[in-house]
Write a protein that binds this ligand. Sequence first.
Ligand code: FBP
Length: 552
Amino acid sequence: MEISPLQKERLKYQPKLPGMLRHGISDICVKEGEETASVSDQDKIRELFPNTYGKREIIFEKGQNTSAAKRQVVGVILSGGQAPGGHNVISGLYDALKATDKDNVLLGFKGGPSGLVDDDYVEFTDEFIDAYRNTGGFDIIGSGRTKIETKEQFEAAAATAKKHGLTAVVIIGGDDSNTNAAVLAEYFAANNTGVQVIGCPKTIDGDLKNDDIDCSFGFDTATKTYSELIGNIERDANSAKKYWHFVKVMGRSASHVALECALETQPNVCLIGEEVAEKKLSLSQIADQIADSVEKRSKTEGNFGVVIIPEGIVEFVPEFGVLIREISEMLAGSKTEEFNALPSWEDKKEYIRKGLTEESFKVFDILPEMIQKQLFLERDPHGNVQVSLIESEKLFAELVKNKLEERRKAGTYTGKFSTQFHFFGYEGRCAFPSNFDADYCYSLGYNAFMLIQYGYTGYLSKVSHLNRPAEEWVAGGMPITKMMNMERRNGQDKPVIRKALVDLEGKPFKYFEAHRAEWAAHTCYTYPGAIQYYGPSDVCDITTRTLALEKG
Ligand code: FBP
């Protein structure tokens, strides 16, 4: 198979491990710390996880390896959306497993957790793994979003484990997938299967982090990729001086990606969903904020600018959230067919007017028709409006245009407002992992095997102090139950890993808040350029501004 020159070089890259994992497997010992408790709802979580709750935090150190000699047969699963570095988690896991005993076996279950349930797998070999080292994507075994939650699925997973003699399963996923890892670990322990479960923190969204997990892998490469593109757009905007660019970036529930890209590129405006929710901003208020920047800049810098919008923004706008809920209820069950059968958009609009409260209809009514129609596109299997299908970048541009027209009539605005739209998501999820993600992921996988070898289950592979050089990273493990609390999901109280939203008191947001007025009025763009893989360490190995500010 033909491969690119960069891929050829990347296959040879040797990822950096934390110093304490560099001594060779026989010189890695474990040190146990304090017993842990869940972040809240301790009684309930303890009751639900009687076999895996309250275990101790652990770190690895240089010292005599005291783990029991045992042939390991490990299964690995990629779960959820792609994130750069997944292949390196698997190669780190494979290398540690084979370095410990060449008779150890690594199986890859295909297409996400369903691979374990359906016993769809491959066995890894040196040749297989070597073709994927330091590459982006999850194509080595594919991924999927199935959850193992029914009795039949648990039993099928246990049967697969028994058939192969699995000693452990490693689940590489986000908050939901690692919640699922904790549940599976508890099930395997409760049923004395002898199968351990270890999780690895993945998601470009950056919302799987907490006191123990510095960041999820993939966030670094994805945000660098988007920031490169946004920087290029800024330079184009500043060259042509004729467009306002509205850039939507991925991040389903949290605005970490948007915030990091803003810190990297200093755009004129960046919306942060968590702030919108906290201040209960309306669509009209948000549009006014953007229009203020457009108006101000039209008098000084010119009729151009860049706005970053997080993918999940509309869900944070309180009035929009209510509207979406009302639409879902209005079209519940057979009502969808009734609605779809109406002959014209005018008939449909009348149906909507009658079905919504007066407040929600007012919100609906100010939306551009294109967005109104998007609210009635395909809905998810639960009948909910798919917010990610709403082109919020176009929505805000349209609302801003209306605001500017009002200002033109009032005589305060005389500029021109021409727009361009972009959505950056898939462009970054499978990029070649940055050196940071290549090193971090390889370390997570290598470390996951050390947790298995020392007999731990229900733990998340933890590599911390990530703002420092890899040599100083600290490797260990944290019980997943420590990160859990009870939340309402689909009408039921469920134990879940608490999702990290942007902290409005945190240093990354505070930095942004302190500078955004200047960025809105002036042209302060910064151009990060493409990810560099070879060259000076202060160009190639640096991680995100978010991590530097949070941990610095
Ligand atoms: P994970 O949380 O599973 O890592 O996925 C993140 C993400 O990339 C979001 O940013 C995005 O909204 C979503 O996946 C898109 O998923 P899909 O490719 O399944 O449409």
